[in-house]
Design a protein around this ligand. Structure first.
Ligand SMILES: Nc1ncnc2c1ncn2[C@@H]1O[C@H](COP(=O)(O)OP(=O)(O)O)[C@@H](O)[C@H]1O
Ligand SMILES: [Mg+2]
Length: 319
């Protein structure tokens, strides 16, 4: 497999006064192309520092990496041609229009006026900027500015796009709209997206794979679903009309191979299972086969915050 990001033991220590700040301790990471990948962690975890190293903007104090097939230490120029980077702050001129900003960005990448204009038109469409792209950026909402920043970051059709906290500060509607656009971009431009976030719901809704980062280290790695499964499995709760049905259900379901643990709570039977969807179908079929009537079924899952808590000992919400 040709990894689009292959980092080995990357670290960065900042000298500040007498004390050293070890912002990133040891990042070892291999990313398969074509996914939306997320760094999830609280403020100060080291996400931006890692991103700045991977994008050639900051020299690591230890470790090595190849990005888009090029060596970070020896070939930063080639890396820059193949990646896009949208920083937390963004960087468009507020008195110019979105279209002017995007075309200018293309010109800075050495495109002719015509090629830059054509690419701008394409990006304006892809990021849904049509209705406002010919008035000044200073008149835009936060979500609209974000979309212009992203368009500028991908002017040169990079194979890998880095986004630092793309939706921080946006309202819920603009955030979920941006998620939809990013999923579409990944498909349409055949691009790998590497983003950072401190939002659990964002990591969950958007990312194919996430790494949880805390205090400069990576503490968990996997798809959101796999990470959640790892900690506890799912819980199925079935409520019964009467005690007899409940007792019979415990007998019957206790033998079911999908059920790892079974207990009762009031009128319900509570079961721990590996995979809720699979187990639920089998459990319901088994109850039907034994003519056991039930009145309610619930499937609950651990959240990413449970995963975070399990990995770090503290809640991301509190952080
Ligand atoms: N230039 C710098 N000098 C000293 N400390 C820094 C510098 N940049 C970042 N840090 C520190 O490194 C840690 C990680 O910061 P950062 O990578 O920005 O985290 P995140 O993006 O996850 O919020 C923080 O403790 C921060 O204060
Ligand atoms: Mg940051």
């Amino acid at each position: 497999m040709n990894f689009i990001v292959d980092a080995q033991g990357l670290g960065r220590t900042f000298k500040s006064g007498k004390a050293d700040v070890e912002a990133v301790k040891n990042v070892t990471l291999q990313l398969e192309p074509g996914i939306i990948f997320g760094f999830l962690g609280p403020n100060g975890a080291g996400k931006t520092t890692t991103l700045r190293m991977l994008t050639t903007l900051l020299t690591p104090t230890k470790g090595a990496a190849t990005i888009a097939g090029y060596d970070l230490a020896n070939n930063p120029e080639e890396i820059r041609k193949n990646i896009g980077y949208v920083s937390q702050k963004g960087g468009c001129y507020r008195s110019s229009t979105a279209r002017e900003n995007i075309v200018l960005q293309g010109r800075l990448y050495g495109m002719s006026k015509q090629v830059a204009s054509e690419r701008a038109a394409e990006l304006i469409k892809l990021l849904d900027l049509e209705s406002f792209c010919d008035r000044a950026v200073e008149t835009y909402s936060g979500g609209q500015v974000r979309r212009v920043d992203i368009a500028m970051g991908m002017i040169h059709s990079p194979s890998l796009l880095f986004l630092d906290e793309p939706t921080t500060g946006l309202d819920p509607q603009s955030r979920s709209y941006l998620w939809r656009l990013l999923k579409n971009l990944k498909k349409h431009e055949n691009m790998t997206i590497f983003l950072t976030t401190h939002y659990l719901d964002e990591a969950d809704a958007l990312c194919d794979r996430i790494v949880i980062m805390d205090h400069g280290s990576l503490v968990r790695d996997g798809s959101p679903a796999a990470l959640k499964r790892e900690i506890a499995g799912d819980i199925i709760t079935i409520g019964f009309e009467d005690k007899l049905a409940q007792e019979n259900a415990v007998q019957v379901l206790g033998q079911n191979a999908s059920v790892k643990q079974i207990s009762t709570k009031e009128d319900a039977v509570v079961m721990h299972v590996d995979s809720g969807e699979d187990a639920l179908a089998r459990i319901v079929a088994e109850l039907h086969a034994h003519n056991l009537c039930f009145k309610a079924v619930a499937l609950t899952r651990p959240t990413l915050d449970d995963v975070f808590m399990h990995a770090t000992g503290h809640s991301l919400r509190e952080a």
